[in-house]
Design a protein around this ligand. Sequence first.
Ligand SMILES: [Zn+2]
Length: 225
Amino acid sequence: MANKLIHLLLFIFCIFNINVYAETPVNSWRISDLARSSVEKIKLRNGQDRILKIVSAKQMVYLYAVMSRVVEATEINAEVIIVDGQLANAFVFTTEEGQSFIGINFAMLDILDTNLDMAAALIGHELAHIKLKHGEISKKNIALIQGKDFSAANTRYSRDNERDADYLGVIWAVEAGYNPDGAVALQEALYKVFKRTNISGFNVSHPSTIERLTILKSLARRLKR
Ligand SMILES: [Zn+2]
């Protein structure tokens, strides 16, 4: 079931501004396979047959259902895969054939648990990056700002992209029938995790996390009217 991921990667977006610490996933499993499991506790193994994580079939079925509904709202050809990784992260990439994959790593899986609204917000957010063509824009930006202060400019571009993806992602989640508070709950849960693990780079992204939360809370309030 596990397959090599690296050669498939064209574009990757992280949901948080902690790219310095982002791990490169090695193994991946399709949620469409996992949701069909006949056992309740599914053992995810690497190529050497070592068990990397045990996930519940119930969680996989829930995620598959959320994925199907949100993907339908976005009209993007996409599928969710589970990848290894101890630092909560999610990303999206598109193959040359036009198939998009949303990667959710082990640590993010633990945060989502069986919260459907949080999963819908996460999947919506990642797909919004595709719809808003952030991959192409960031490639252009990199070309434009060569020779200038790359890291500062890049941080600002990625923060703008994250804000836009949050916005469209929540709207899609609501369209798919989920509660917009899921996006708020997801940001709050991640905020707690990153604060607890005391990642030194977290202070850099701290103000934008607070800002994202504020924007998401007011958007959720408006969408529930
Ligand atoms: Zn993002």
